[in-house]
Design a protein around this ligand. Sequence first.
Ligand SMILES: [Ca+2]
Ligand SMILES: [Ca+2]
Length: 216
Amino acid sequence: MFDTFNKRKTRMHYIFSILIFCLSNNIVIGYSVNSNDKENSDFNDYTRYNVARDLLKELKSPVTGVSERSSPVTGLSSSAARKACYQGRCATGWTNFGNTCYYFDHEQVTFAEANRKCQQMHGQLVEVESEAEWVFLKTQAEKKSLDNFWIALTDAFEENDWSWINTWRTASFSIWSPGQPDNYNSDEHCAHAIESRQYQWNDWNWNKQAAFVCEA
Ligand SMILES: [Ca+2]
Ligand SMILES: [Ca+2]
């Protein structure tokens, strides 16, 4: 009887020791996973900060070799041109839709160059805010045989959080091509409309070249 009690006591002690060992190791493993998560998150924050900083630098850098381009309403200041566009009076070369004038440019440029060129014309790279606007752009692009073109959309600040570069508002409308955005090579943070996909969108490396559309 006493022996049985001692055996049971030894067994309980043994099981208890194993439990303590497993528990402490789990805590160590748990800590190490959390610590790795934090390191990964710090690393992701750091690389994402660099991506965003690089894009802002690109957007601010002056575009060289740009020829003088037409303003949406010839001879008017930027605000006057916008007011005229709002009234549906667009200059030659600009196309009216709703309260906005649009300029379709075939020149092949990077995302930042497209943005700057639109600004030089007193406009901005196009923000596509509704299906109606997208259908208008698509119809015009087909009519003008426009190749792939940049739109003002980026996820440079947070992966897969797409916002418009002029207003930094999160995009409420989007029409991605099937399988996109795929952030190919972890290096695609700007969007363009693809001609071969009926001008649905793809995320792309901002140093690639495409046509562009401005609005004012
Ligand atoms: Ca991306
Ligand atoms: Ca892509």
